[in-house]
Design a protein around this ligand. Structure first.
Ligand code: SF4
Length: 226
């Protein structure tokens, strides 16, 4: 499979935020989100066998969390499904970060899918495949990255219409971060002010949790591999 990078850091998002985690970033994406912070993963990378990836993961961590991310990892479904199966067999807890544009039915059930449903102002609206709602497991998480009120209302209405809070472990509303953000490690880089988002969520009593990208507040937001 084609790999952009592998490294160990703290998980910055989802309900696993703050935990040590090995990241396996696959190369290539079929979407072009306006706020994407992983454009370096669109091209290039290194071809690695399943065994090579497994032994590099083992070298980084003897257990715990592994996140398969990208890019869009499900573009390499034929390779990434066996990788997830073998990581599970080796005792790792496996997270899969995906847009939900590709079919998710073949993802092993023990994998925690973190599905990033694209909002109207992401630049890639309407790309989530609705049939993937049927592939969701109670351990999974749905994420909405928000730039403004329109995105928020889409996320709120989608959450309610599809009864997401009952289907999955967590629904996450996360302010988008500016792509070019660097230097200051604070919420001034968010495209949507977290305080404003918090006010809206409380007012609407939305069954979702506000998520900030922890790694952008710990390290310089421009740093890669953290
Ligand atoms: S799906 Fe993810 S990797 Fe692809 S463009 Fe959007 S944010 Fe970037």
């Amino acid at each position: 499979m084609q790999i952009t990078e592998m490294y160990k850091s703290l998980q910055g998002e989802s309900t696993h935020s703050g935990l040590p985690c090995v990241f396996v970033r696959l190369t290539g994406c079929n979407l072009r989100c306006s706020w994407c912070d992983s454009e370096f993963s669109f091209y290039g990378g290194k071809k690695m066998t399943l065994q090579e990836v497994l032994s590099e993961v083992a070298g980084l961590s003897a257990g715990g969390l592994v996140e398969i991310t990208g890019g869009e990892p499900m573009l390499q479904e034929r390779e990434v499904v066996p990788l997830m199966e073998q990581l599970l067999d080796a005792g790792y807890q496996v997270l899969l970060e995906t847009s939900g544009e590709r079919p998710l039915a073949r993802v092993p059930k023990q994998v925690v899918k973190i599905v990033d449903v694209k909002c109207p102002h992401s630049g890639e609206p309407d790309t989530f495949a609705l049939e993937n709602l049927e592939a969701l497991q109670p351990r999974d998480e749905l994420k909405f990255v928000l730039t403004d009120r329109t995105d928020y209302e889409f996320a709120r209405d989608f959450t309610q219409r599809h009864n997401l809070a009952k289907r999955v472990n967590a629904v996450l509303f996360s302010p988008a971060f500016r792509k070019e953000a660097t230097g200051a490690r604070d919420s001034s880089h968010c495209l949507l002010d977290p305080q404003e988002l918090a006010d809206w969520m409380v007012a609407d009593n939305v069954p979702a949790r506000l998520g900030l990208q922890l790694h952008k507040f710990i390290w310089d937001p421009a740093l890669k591999g953290v």
